[in-house]
Design a protein around this ligand. Sequence first.
Ligand code: HEM
Length: 146
Amino acid sequence: MICTVGGLAFISFCLRPGLRVVEEGFRQAMLRTIDHAFQRVLLVGIVGLIVSGVYNWVSFAPTYRVLTWHVAGLTLPLGQMLIGTKVLLALVIFAVAFGRAFGFLKDARFWHTFMLHLAATVILLAVILHQVRMEHCRLLAAAAGH
Ligand code: HEM
């Protein structure tokens, strides 16, 4: 996760502005070489995210099922909604990464920025889910008198 999202952030926020000081041809060649190398890092990172993500999901699934949100007389499955949206957005990022690795989606700058924004949203959803789950555990512990 750190390699993939951190790498994307580094390329967008540091490398691109930094390379503005060098000559255009050299800049393009360097960005292309770095982009190719980074695509391999990204694909390995994705495998790691899928393996660890599925493991976490299977472990926490019983808790997600009981996390609900009562609003306007409705009982919404908050846990399932958060993890479902998070994983769907992650799949969109993975699809873009694979699309780029197979030679589609040529505009590196646009797609890096796109993936970075989606990754930030995925992380925000993960943090909200984590907090909701921990609050549920705290309430259970309090009810059990711990
Ligand atoms: C772009 C891809 C992804 C990013 C950036 C990402 C990021 C994160 C982050 C930051 C956390 C919080 C870790 C913590 O609380 O210490 C997390 C947790 C989690 N992730 Fe992901 N993730 C990604 C993909 C996936 C995928 C593909 C799955 C499932 C197949 C998944 C399932 C989970 C689960 C179940 C948790 C535990 C949430 C909890 O605390 O209840 N993630 N993820």
